[in-house]
Design a binder for this molecule. Structure first.
Ligand SMILES: [Fe+2]
Length: 450
């Protein structure tokens, strides 16, 4: 990559990213952005240089799809053309998709690519070579999970959740110990109509499932007459429900309600006296899912609005409706914060890919001072940045002291760059230019050299 500016000497490590990248398979095209086959991206930083490599994740979904010339395993909004008999499978069959195209994490020392099933796929973080499935254990079970587990440094584990569909469906929260010992179930909660939840919230003591009123009758998934997400129904009259679980005992501490809303991403959450503060990038309803179908995206249709940073305040000591306040008058998605320092704790700053007023998609990088509601923006004409990953400067004693890494598509030049911004000022420090486009990705993380 051609470097402009100067990458700091302390930035030594690897940014691993993930996202859907192959949408045309044989003579077919997947329906939705979230159904593209996963591509892993690797940016290595050291000595002021940046190298970039990518590789398709050789999941079973990838291999079978290439062989069949169509998406072989049911995805988010695309289902292969099958007979009714074959359809009675989908999420109830052990043969659901492992197209890990959403995020990257480290489970018990193994680097994995994640989608929203219980089939993480291992890969080599150096070569990006696929090493096979690393399924969530049978003790945890379930068919659906999330690509946004939380890491709890003090407890030495990650937390995640699954939905176990069946005659009696359940949400099940579980822990993935960092030392590689077996996963363990923390809590279980029966549910008639499970909600679509892309992430959840964590504080120092609690795990919070935010149950958006986009829910599914498990029988519909069993019959699988429609692609996965099409079986879910928006039922705003249910409102929003927050289920608060104790991390250590698994006890359901509280369930609280709010006006209907939808979100993909929680930003952070923390305990505040007898209250919980839960921040997310929030939509009025889930129509954003429809706007991310491939046909309107390829036709260049504009996305009217993306999420706004909203704070939900939930009383733990008495049953009262949850209140919501606008953190800042901005639209932003793919939110990040100083996770190592602030996950589950009071915090001051968030960053996200923003949509500027009158803009049509993620066209800027936004920094929000959560306490003051003040924002600042990085913007360049014709450029579309992805998720800004915060990297703390070694030895930093202040929150937000470090840099942001974001892959930016320059639609005018038809190339992509890895952009390095000062996380405080959003001023550009350096960029590494790639001679070609890099598919717009979803999520990733920076791993410093040991
Ligand atoms: Fe996500």
């Amino acid at each position: 990559m051609v470097v402009r500016g100067e990458f700091p000497a302390w930035l030594q490590g690897t940014l691993l990213r993930n996202g859907p990248a192959k949408f045309d398979i044989g003579s077919t095209t997947v329906n939705h952005w979230f159904d593209g086959l996963a591509m892993l991206h690797r940016f290595e930083f050291g000595g002021g240089n940046v190298t970039y490599t990518n590789r398709f994740l050789r999941s079973e979904a990838f291999t079978e799809s290439i062989a069949e010339g169509q998406l072989a395993l049911g995805g988010f909004a695309t289902d292969p053309c099958r007979t009714l008999f074959q359809r009675v499978a989908s999420v109830f069959s052990p043969h659901y998709t492992d197209n890990g195209n959403v995020n990257i994490d480290v489970f018990g020392g193994a680097t994995v690519a994640l989608t929203e099933t219980t089939l993480p796929v291992r890969f080599d973080p150096q070569t990006l070579a696929t090493m096979g499935q690393a399924p969530i254990s049978a003790d945890v079970g379930g068919q659906l999970s999330i690509a946004h587990p939380h890491h709890d440094k003090s407890r030495g584990c990650r937390f995640s959740y699954v939905v176990k569909f069946g005659p009696h469906s359940h949400y099940r929260l579980f822990a993935i110990p960092d030392d590689g010992s077996p996963e363990r179930v923390i809590a279980e909660m029966p549910v008639d109509k499970p909600a679509y939840m892309h992430s959840f919230a964590m504080t120092e003591r609690y795990l919070i499932l935010t149950e958006f009123p986009i829910v599914v009758d498990p029988l519909k998934l069993l019959l699988a007459l429609s692609p996965f997400i099409r079986n879910y129904e928006w039922q705003p009259e249910r409102g929003l429900r927050f289920h608060v679980f104790d991390k250590d005992t698994g006890e359901l501490i509280a369930t609280r309600s709010a006006k209907a809303a939808f979100a993909f991403h929680h930003i952070n959450a923390f305990e505040d006296g007898d209250n919980l503060q839960i921040d997310a990038s929030v939509y009025d309803d889930p129509t954003i899912i429809d706007q991310l179908y491939l046909a309107p995206l390829r036709a260049g249709e504009t996305i009217a609005a993306i999420g706004r940073p909203i704070r939900f305040t939930l009383a733990l000591d008495h049953d009262a409706p949850v209140t919501s306040t606008v953190i800042a008058d901005e639209m932003l998605e793919l939110p990040r914060m100083d996770y190592d320092r602030c996950a589950g704790r009071p915090y001051r700053y968030m960053w996200g890919a923003g949509q500027s007023p009158g803009g049509s998609f993620l066209d800027s990088i936004v920094r929000v001072d959560v306490a003051k509601g003040e924002t600042s923006r990085w913007f360049a004409e014709g450029c579309f940045p992805g998720e800004p990953v915060f990297v703390s400067r070694p030895g930093a004693d202040q929150e937000g002291e470090g840099v942001l890494l974001s892959v930016v598509l320059d639609a005018i030049k038809g190339t992509s760059s890895l952009l390095l911004l000062d996380a405080r000022t959003l001023s550009e420090i350096a960029r590494a230019e790639c001679p070609h486009k890099i598919p717009f990705g979803l999520h990733g993380n920076f791993y410093p050299d040991a």
